[in-house]
Design a protein around this ligand. Sequence first.
Ligand code: NAP
Ligand code: SF4
Length: 682
Amino acid sequence: MNKQIPHSAFPQLLSPLDLGFTQLKNRVLMGSMHTGLEEASDGMARLARYFEDRAKGGVGLIVTGGIAPNRQGWLAPFGAKMSNQSEARKHRIVTRAVHEADGKICMQILHAGRYGMHPMAVAPSALRAPISPIRPWEMSSRLIQATIRDFAKSAALAREAGYDGVEIMGSEGYLINQFIAPRTNKREDEWGGSFENRIRFPLEIMKAVREKAGPDFIVIFRVSMLDLVDEGSNWEEVVALAKGIEAAGATIINTGIGWHEARIPTIATLVPRGAYTWVSQKLREHLSIPLITTNRINTPEKAEEILQQGHADMVSMARPFLADPDFVLKAAEGKSDEINTCIACNQACLDHVFARKETSCLVNPRACHETLLPKLKTTRSQKIAVIGAGPAGLSCSTELAEQGNEVHLFEAGSEIGGQFNLAKRIPGKEEFHETIRYFKKRLQTTGVNLHLDTRADEALLMAGNFDQIVVAAGVSPRTPKLEGIDHPKVLSYLEVISGEKTPGQKVAVMGAGGIGFDTSVFLTHPADQENTKEFYFDEWGIDPEYTNRGGLKSQEIAKTSREIWLLKRSKGKFGDSLGKTTGWAHRLTLKNRGVHMIGGVVYKKVDDEGLHIEVNGKPQVLPVDHVVVCAGQEPLQTLYQTLKDKHPHVSLIGGAREAAELDAKRAIEDGLKTAIAITQNA
Ligand code: NAP
Ligand code: SF4
């Protein structure tokens, strides 16, 4: 039914894994990722299609998003759970779709413990998590026993629902992890105190699940190998726990890194690729069952390298399968340059999960929306001009061409990518290179006629006999009305990030949106320092020697010679307009680097003395060498205004349509939706 996957391109990654009672076709695990579809009214059918596409794309083993074993284990009120047969029946559509696509799928059982955002949340001790407003109930011994039985029942129901196995979520600071670590377990009964008592809960769960689900059922246990919080586990405890879990009947052990409440980013773009596989490697010699490694692995090349270095038996990737369902197939066919690479931005996946919105993907808006954003083939090929090769224009033109249209993409500059060409220059955002590479290749494979260095004007477009014109001309930086705005001290972020102008040692950054933050990171990053693992470990206080509990060490912040003032007119927290899951990390980065952050600023003027501002009614002068303006953008609509009354079919998309709160997520989605609408109406 499905294409046979050859093993030549990535020999380790694509080799089968024998689990005794069953075989996985390769070493690729699609890691657990909540999608929000689990709770949506038409969600299970959409979820089935989403997983089916990934199974068809060649993934060795899929793990679902977290499903609670009982109501107390919910992440949020009325979250997905598996505690009775009617719930199990609803999952059959998912397991059937995956099996028909020759895939295998495990259901993750996740008890949120004190991370549950509801009044029934429970934990080993009644301690509120620093990231939650909810104080959990302390579990009685009776409830602990009942919860162990609920895990086992959930696994048995998962089996009835057709799953090939379960993953027990024992990491990231959820309930099981809360029992294991002294940080959260202050009990004095048989479930707390000594290490033996603290690991009783996970071991009993593992035993009960194995007993109830039977021997020929995959049970993955996700062990927290590096908690990255004070009073987390120490290394000896991690090893002892993992060995205990193996002895209690696990089929595979998966790696968990960092609690959600850890103040260390572990999966954001700024984390170097494969930064944590050393932890799995350290454990591997102590185990005889297969071990999965994880975190910031997003290319088949990196995954293969990790396996070849012996860090693990399997590689888990979650977000990369939102970005590209055909990741494995493309790798197997020697077309890894065609993979739409996850850039670890979190903007459409985890940020959506935390905002209780359906998951999608910035670089692939179709993720989790497969049935709503169909891949079309046109019955009437049209000649279409797309103006602007930024994210919106690239997304629109490639989709239109794939649908069978004749597409001409005009770009005034000499390269494609638009604003992505700036983003890729920010230290820690190098992944944006990958999106440009992906679109460059996709332009070729879909046959888009790319016209670089070509400013498409009215004459060119009207002479071209186009059936449709799509204007994706983008944005231009906003110039605030301010006395002295044309002073030589004033620079635009474009001039600074492109490297055209180098600001002095004292710099004011005007505007603290995404670009104000990016500019501040750019200006404070130590010169010639690559974003290596060592640099990242030092800056965030991660100890690869694992000397202390939690794997923490004191931070070593690289000295920056510049003094930066990051300013905004509004009040409130800095970084709030950035993503929920990454804004705090950007804010901490700048705080660690000594950036002064001042809100509630009134800008007065720029002159030879510097930037004159007023804060709380008090005037002051920032004695800066330069002021970098990061005050948002204005849409570029002139071409559209010229064409709209002269041509019957002109569309305006991306930043050119609306610059406010524009980001690449909206631009790419706008491009895709416009392409679908054009072909649907052809
Ligand atoms: P932005 O997020 O809209 O921020 C621009 C800021 O400039 C505003 O928040 C505003 O803040 C200030 N401003 C607006 N008009 C001004 C004026 N006339 N004078 C002085 N200040 C003014 O725009 P951006 O930073 O250019 O980013 C563009 C888009 O890219 C945004 O959607 C952003 O989220 C996205 N992006 C995201 C990231 C990320 O890491 N997630 C990184 C880069 C870009 P005050 O009114 O408070 O001063
Ligand atoms: Fe990756 Fe960003 Fe897509 Fe999430 S939204 S899967 S982090 S590219």
